[in-house]
Write a protein that binds this ligand. Structure first.
Ligand SMILES: *Cc1c(COP(=O)(O)O)cnc(C)c1O
Length: 223
């Protein structure tokens, strides 16, 4: 098993290196530790080494871990949300990175709890991939201003799988450009770019990521 303290030190070093290279301050990037399939004990260990932000793909797993860790920490839902699970989200999470359809937003709004939303954009057009098209994003942003509890804060993307992180770069650049465009078109002030995973986060940081979602590089391979 991976030594969490050592792997965190390496990841933090790489974050700072990428920030330096890009001329960005180290605090500009939030490290979200992705805890899917990681047991509560190891998540607690990461918390001991200073992790404050946690990313989960599954509602049920998040519930158990939040209880085990106690209060505090910021929880990010990063996985696809099934409509029948959406009602559990507002109580368990602070951010949802995987917003991809209007009916999900309506369910989240109904709970009367403030929730920060990032829209997952499928920039590659791969049919098997979650996320909304640019047109679909725009049609949601047209209506989002009418809602009171959910707040649009940014965009998220997962580039096509590749062994070369440079192949992800154009997708990260495109997400940054898209954020700027839609902010201007809809008079919004979204700031967050959730992009970059274990294999490609330094490149994502160079392209402006404000949140990186890291699992394997902290906890080791998932079984
Ligand atoms: C699992 C997952 C991650 C973390 O992936 P690693 O390669 O283990 O860092 C990030 N984002 C999403 C959406 C995920 O599902």
């Amino acid at each position: 098993m991976k030594n969490i303290r050592e792997s965190l030190a390496v990841v933090r070093d790489q974050i700072l290196g990428a920030c330096q290279k890009a001329g960005r301050p180290g605090e500009a990037v939030r490290l979200i530790a992705v805890t899917k399939k990681v047991d509560a004990e190891r998540v607690r260990e990461a918390a001991e080494f200073g992790i404050r932000e946690f990313g989960e793909n599954y509602v049920q797993e998040a519930q158990g871990k939040r209880e085990a860790l106690g209060p505090g920490g910021t929880w990010h839902m990063i996985g696809h949300v099934q409509t029948n699970k959406a009602k559990y989200i507002p109580r368990l999470f602070d951010y949802v990175h995987s917003v991809d359809r209007w009916d999900l937003i309506e369910v989240l709004e109904r709970h009367g709890k403030e929730l920060s939303l990032l829209f997952e954009v499928n920039l590659s057009g791969e049919p098997q991939k979650h996320g909304v098209s640019k047109e679909g994003l725009r049609s949601m942003l047209e209506r989002i201003g009418d809602l009171r509890y959910v707040k649009p804060v940014g965009l998220m993307t997962v580039p096509p799988l590749s062994t070369d992180p440079e192949e992800a770069r154009p997708f990260f650049t495109a997400l940054r450009e898209l954020l700027r465009e839609v902010n201007r078109e809809f008079g919004l002030d979204m700031r967050e770019l959730s992009m970059g995973m274990s294999a490609d986060f330094p490149v994502a940081i160079e392209e402006g990521a404000t949140m990186i979602r890291i699992g394997t590089a902290i906890f080791g391979e998932r079984l």
